[in-house]
Design a protein around this ligand. Structure first.
Ligand code: ADP
Ligand code: MG
Length: 257
């Protein structure tokens, strides 16, 4: 059984892309066949995996807008068990183009149906806006993984985010669920970080992962080397944390704890 997961939070800069790249790479490393789909026109997940979105032949844009078979947009990578579907800058225009299309909310879901059983996990990096791409994404997924930054106003926008998920659940995707909440950029020396963890746990009850992702400069550096952090500096705190998160994620998924 495959599972399709959106890494989603309407707020920018909270660690969506960092989590998408590094959690997927860690899950791949643990032997799970994983597809990473970059739906953000900025393409940071694509470049984070060392792929230049300006030179790739086919992207998710052609799949959504030109009816290209999704299989043709898949790129296999040098990283264990990781395939990518890259983003394209033109994707920003897709928001408008999609509006006039038939069954416009279901285009990504229908495209993914062709390949989803070939993977254990499919991770989608969402754009921060709430446009047609995000709606397509939320319609296509089984669950949503929410990164929250350990910062002031961490919970700002979260009620809107929950409303969005509720709306999608009632109108487009009844099975959508919360996969889990990841606390990112945690600083164990800062009272604020510790306070945010408590607040977020109170709000999301049992849905928050025990693993905390620390603030770690290696995580910020790795994308410029085109590698997930575990292939850039295996032993840094960021690598250890994302591997631990992957383990927790899989254990919960496979119900072994
Ligand atoms: P989003 O996709 O939500 O906009 P990003 O994952 O791109 O957020 O993260 C925003 C910025 O913070 C990026 O420059 C990224 O490298 C940096 N960053 C993310 N997580 C961490 C972390 N745990 N430690 C240090 N820097 C981080
Ligand atoms: Mg991003």
């Amino acid at each position: 059984m495959s599972k399709v997961i959106a890494v989603f939070n309407q707020k920018g800069g909270v660690g969506k892309t960092t989590t998408n790249v590094n959690l997927s790479a860690s899950i791949g490393k643990m032997g799970k066949k994983t597809l990473v789909l970059d739906l953000d026109p900025q393409g940071n997940t694509t470049s984070g995996y060392g792929i230049d979105k300006n030179t790739v032949e086919s992207t998710i844009y052609e799949v959504i807008l030109d009816n290209l078979s999704i299989r043709e947009a898949i790129i296999s990578t040098e990283f264990e068990n990781i395939d990518i579907i890259p983003s394209a800058t033109e994707l920003a225009g897709a928001e408008i183009e999609l509006t006039s299309m038939k069954d416009r909310e279901y285009i990504l879901k229908n495209a993914l149906a062709e390949i989803r059983n070939e993977y254990d996990y499919i991770f989608i990096d969402c754009p921060p806006s709430l446009g047609m791409l995000t709606i397509n994404c939320l319609t296509a997924v089984d669950s949503v993984l929410i990164p929250i930054q350990c910062e002031y106003y961490a919970l700002e926008g979260v009620s809107q985010l929950m409303e969005t998920i509720k709306l999608v659940k009632s109108r487009l995707n009844p099975k959508i669920d919360i996969q889990g909440v990841v606390l990112s950029m945690f600083d164990g020396r800062a009272n604020l970080s510790i306070q945010v963890v408590e607040e977020v746990k109170k709000y999301f009850k049992g849905s928050v992962y025990t693993t905390l992702i620390p603030r770690n400069v290696r995580l910020a550096e790795a994308p410029s080397h085109g590698k997930p952090v575990i292939y850039y500096d295996t032993r840094c705190k960021g690598s250890v944390a994302y591997l631990e998160l992957a383990e927790e994620f899989i254990d919960l998924e496979e119900d072994v704890i």
